[in-house]
Design a protein around this ligand. Sequence first.
Ligand code: NDP
Length: 286
Amino acid sequence: MYKSIKDYMRLNNGIEMPILGFGVFRINDNDETADCVKKAIKHGYRSIDTAMIYGNEAGVGKGIKKSGIKREDLFITTKLWNSDQGYDETLKAFENSMERLMVNYLDLYLIHWPVPKNNKYIETWKALETLYRDGKVRAIGVSNFNISHLENIITQCSVVPAVNQVEFHPWFLQTELFTYMRQKRISAEAWSPLGGGALLDNETLLDNKILMGIAKKYNKTVAQVIIRWDIQKNVITIPKSSKEDRIASNANVFDFELSDQDIKTIESLNINHRTGPDPDEFDLGT
Ligand code: NDP
């Protein structure tokens, strides 16, 4: 069981990825991003999740430099945007991301969305395989891929994705997808683990009251309970906050363990509710 922020998930290629990381979506300003990343690293995070489309890769790079932590002690993920799909375009976009991040290798590179309408994710994946074979990235994966998209990659390409980063929180469990991923040894990573904040703020919401009841038992916050639940489910999780007290408290989840009953109660909140787009439909930016 995970006991420390240093604990990791071993991916299907043997690489160790921290079970808890720091997400930087919607921290738009590069200086603010740098400041948040530096604070996250100070509070023990070693994994940072960004994307080309967040517009803050340069801020992540700056924050890493300011942190004083060695590059090899960090795990950096970024994502290829929809308009950059295609074999040659992907290789170019990767170099641009590395330049903005000021690194000479990446730990994890993800295809951000499958965009099935464009039918380019297979050639895009082949470019990721090239980057992986060339040693420029330690692991390659996808984001927002449904079973059919994963199945196409597995049958038409050589490397099985190491990670699929998908929407996952108590309102949206995606059970069938997660079962499939377990069978194929694709690690699950949760985006919007706190439901983008919607599960936390609304005290008039019955679900929030139920989560508050669990949190009180452990003397923890609702956010800490949800993050701990991810970890006990073996789901890599990357909560975002731009506030130092929350950055710190979201990482303070390794000194308690949720009971099986409380895990069942959290999962009883599932209503198959997405807060983000449907991957079969989403084609923004193409
Ligand atoms: P989260 O579920 O992490 O929630 C973040 C929101 O919750 C923010 O509004 C934050 O506000 C608030 N919050 C965080 N901690 C607390 C706390 N302890 N108490 C109260 N409020 C809190 O949402 P995200 O959508 O940011 O998801 C996390 C990460 O996942 C992203 O940053 C990104 O890296 C990744 N992601 C990937 C996607 C993909 O398509 N692959 C899509 C979406 C996200 P504040 O900052 O003010 O504290």
